[in-house]
Design a binder for this molecule. Structure first.
Ligand SMILES: [Fe+2]
Ligand SMILES: [Fe+2]
Length: 336
């Protein structure tokens, strides 16, 4: 028997071809019937959109077997969706996050695919358009981010937080594009490391930690092979674990030898890891995280940028609504 999943009532893009069947649901005597509204491979005309609005339906439905087609449709039409003034900031943020989940998983599954890398930079461009549109994007993007730490959700979160921070720092559109792409791909080198080490709790042996430390260089090598990634994006990939005091990895460089994007990514990377549920630590609230970054490990970070980051984020990260209680535990450590 077919199963169906609800999609937003305004998920369809006018004048774009729909590549999957779309259904409306009617409940009769406690039984749900799914009635075909639009067959796949048809253009969604303004008249059909009008018809849909007149029906006052709350949701549309697609077959669960068409979920992949639906995600690709959203990705293909992302620019139209982001620029559509009839959609709310939250709806746009939700679509951006869905699309990012799908494409980041594809990037990590097949890190040598130039096509996937191209999809990543297109996504960054659309996210920048969304962020530049209005101030609401900050809260709506934070609302849709996941707090479960997996490499792909972490990659999306740091890219989104980094882009918002970059906007706050008045970076140019081109710089934002390079920063966002670098952050989305910053841990791509992890895709070729043994997964059992990556998923292990915090008690890594020094041998295992040395393997983890290879991921920035592995990521750089992978992306350099593709040829067309901007050097600024590569700075993020290679320097996101370098500490301001020279105690980081892979090269142990510090201070002004680290590029601005390296400093930004070190802060954003640690912040997202600590505010997410990891295998060995529950998510911390934003305030506790910022306190730890500032008080306990100030030498890891560029002081001025950290101060800016706290001003930028302190009062705004809405994810604290669903976080565990603030515990400034002595066992807590900054993400390595
Ligand atoms: Fe990393
Ligand atoms: Fe990371």
């Amino acid at each position: 028997m077919d199963e169906y999943i609800a999609i937003s009532i305004n998920a369809l893009v006018e004048n774009a071809k729909i590549e999957f069947d779309v259904f409306l649901k009617s409940d009769v005597n406690g039984r749900s019937n799914y009635i075909l509204f639009c067959r796949g491979n048809q253009q969604f005309s303004p008249e059909r959109n009008e018809e849909l609005l007149n029906r006052n339906a709350e949701r549309l439905y697609i077959s669960t077997k068409d979920i992949d087609k639906y995600l690709r449709y959203q990705e293909k039409n992302l620019k139209c969706i982001v620029e559509d003034s009839s959609k709310s900031s939250l709806q746009k943020s939700g679509v951006l996050y869905q699309v990012a989940k799908n494409l980041t998983q594809d990037v990590l599954d097949d890190p040598k695919s130039g096509q996937n890398i191209g999809r990543a930079s297109t996504w960054v461009g659309n996210t920048i358009t969304h962020i530049m549109q209005n101030e609401n994007t900050f809260s709506s993007l934070f609302e849709v981010t996941s707090k479960d730490y997996q490499t792909y959700t972490h990659s999306i979160n740091v890219s989104v937080i980094g882009l918002l921070f970059g906007k706050y720092l008045s970076l140019t559109p081109n710089e934002l594009e390079c920063l966002g792409t670098g952050l989305l791909l910053h841990d791509i080198g992890k895709s070729i490391l043994p997964q059992d080490i990556l998923n292990k709790d915090n008690n890594l042996t020094s041998k295992e930690f040395n393997i983890i430390k290879k991921h920035p260089k592995a990521g750089l090598d992978l992306l350099e092979l593709m040829g067309d990634i901007d050097g600024l994006s590569l700075k993020v990939v290679i320097q996101h674990h370098e500490n301001n005091d020279g105690t980081g990895y892979p090269y142990g460089i510090g201070g002004s030898d680290i590029h601005l994007f390296g400093h930004i990514s070190r802060i954003v990377d640690a912040y997202d890891a600590m505010t997410s549920d990891r295998p060995f630590a529950a998510a911390m609230k934003p305030f506790a995280t910022l306190s730890i970054l500032k008080k306990e490990n100030p030498l890891y970070f560029n002081e001025e940028l950290l101060r800016e980051f706290i001003c930028f984020l302190g009062p705004k990260d809405q994810r604290n609504k669903c976080r565990i209680d603030d515990i400034l535990s002595t066992t807590t450590s900054v993400a390595k």
